[in-house]
Design a protein around this ligand. Structure first.
Ligand SMILES: [Zn+2]
Length: 418
């Protein structure tokens, strides 16, 4: 294809565009919950002014540009539920080497490119779950995007994330030396309170903890924080209006995260029907990160499509199905950074492959993620919400891979790709 994609003057402040109005006319509109054939959407300034059948939305006004989007579906800007803009794929550089050998300046420079790729892929918001050794650099990245210095998605940031002492990585070094870790070690009453408050003070929108991890010389993951420690973290974060999210792959790590009051569980690989029932009961959402496990298995030598699926993948299919059967709220988040930024839709395709209906996957990536992440101003095509929109060729409820055929991306009423 030789279609010319134009990056529209993203460095100009949005106030210059405040008077711009658009009437977008795709074949159909997914409003975050259901599909509507023949709807149109009117945008004014940075907000959606109206959405509905053409008869209900005015096309008049001297300043209105009419944009015909034949053959296309318009959706709310997609929300990536689990990204690491400061990481790049582990088959390019192993995680340990990124944390220990790459300068922060290098990592941030790369992250600016990741941010642009993410936005142009139609993901207008990311929940970025940890800088992995790059301290508070997600905060500066977010500010650079918000100030219009670089193009990128709106960001929810967690800064360094919290780990129990000794439990994280890089690991495998002599016990005689202390290696800088990919997150902040903190345990016990006073130290945890200070760490949560420090991260918030530095810019964290939410707090991320690691409720389990491969620990010491053992190869398998084990729980880290006690339920009481998690409750304390949640209490301190929540008193400032911030949520806590937990990395947890073991059943016991998940159980403690749920009982401790974490709002989402990331990965959840070894969940059981009992654990998923507990999640449902407590309203804890699961962010399954299917694409990360799939990518890592391939980096370890699995030839997808040729070799039989590794045990890890087969088990993930089983536990994901158990979560669906239990009615757990499913966020969409791929742990992108483990694989390429801009390839975020990979997770959404895999959710369908692992048994979710395409319409439910689209809901997860828009209205569900918005609700779970407390983002009342986006995630739906509705009057008054932010004009964060993506237009794709085809119909992703029929072919989920159509999400990759991005025709246009709008954030806050500004076209970044058209
Ligand atoms: Zn992650």
């Amino acid at each position: 294809m030789n279609r010319l994609y134009l990056l529209v003057v993203f460095c100009l402040p949005s106030t210059l565009f405040a008077q711009t109005a658009y009437l977008l006319r795709p074949d159909r509109v997914f409003d975050g919950e259901t599909m509507h054939e023949g709807w149109v959407v009117r945008v004014k300034g940075d907000k959606i002014e109206a959405a509905g059948p053409p008869s209900s939305v005015s096309a008049s006004g001297a300043d209105v540009s009419i944009v015909d989007l034949k053959g296309a579906t318009l959706l709310p800007g997609l929300i990536e539920g689990h990204s690491h803009l400061l990481l790049h794929p582990y088959n390019e550089t192993p995680w340990d080497d990124q944390v220990l050998k790459e300068a922060r300046s290098l990592r941030v420079a790369r992250a600016t490119v990741h941010a642009q790729k993410t936005l142009l892929a139609g993901f207008t918001t990311v929940r970025d779950l940890g800088t992995e050794g790059a301290d508070y650099d997600d905060v500066g990245l977010k500010q650079a995007i918000n100030q219009g210095i670089i193009p990128g998605p709106r960001m929810i940031v967690v800064t360094r994330a919290l780990i129990a002492t000794g439990s994280y990585a890089p690991k495998g070094f002599s016990a005689d030396i202390d290696i800088p870790q990919g997150a902040e070690e903190a345990d016990g009453h006073d130290v945890l309170i200070q760490a949560v408050r420090r991260q918030i003070g530095k810019g964290a929108d939410a707090i991320k903890i690691y409720a389990d991890y491969r620990w010491g010389l053992m190869a398998e993951a084990r729980p880290t924080y006690t339920v009481d420690e998690i409750k304390l973290i949640v209490e301190v974060a929540k008193s400032s209006g911030r949520a806590v999210v937990a990395h947890a792959s073991t059943a016991e790590g998940m159980r403690r995260a749920i009982l401790g009051g974490c709002e989402t569980v990331e990965h959840g690989d070894a969940g059981t029907p009992d654990i998923f029932a507990l999640m449902k009961q407590h309203g804890t959402a699961l962010c399954p990160t299917l694409a990360a496990g799939d990518a890592v298995s391939q980096y370890r030598g699995w030839k997808k499509g040729q070799d039989p699926e590794p045990v890890r993948i087969r088990e993930k299919r089983v536990t994901f199905k158990q979560a669906l059967d239990a009615g757990v709220t499913i966020c969409a988040g791929g742990d992108v950074g483990v694989f390429s930024h801009g390839d975020n839709a990979r997770e959404l395709s895999m959710m369908v492959d692992y048994g979710m209906k395409p319409l439910d996957v689209l809901r997860s990536a828009t209205s569900v993620n918005a609700d779970v992440f407390h983002l009342a101003d986006r995630g739906r095509v509705k009057a008054g919400l932010l004009a964060d929109l993506v237009v794709v060729e085809g119909d992703p409820t029929k072919t989920i891979a159509d999400l990759r055929r991005v025709q246009a991306v709008m954030k806050g009423g500004i076209f970044y790709k058209q």
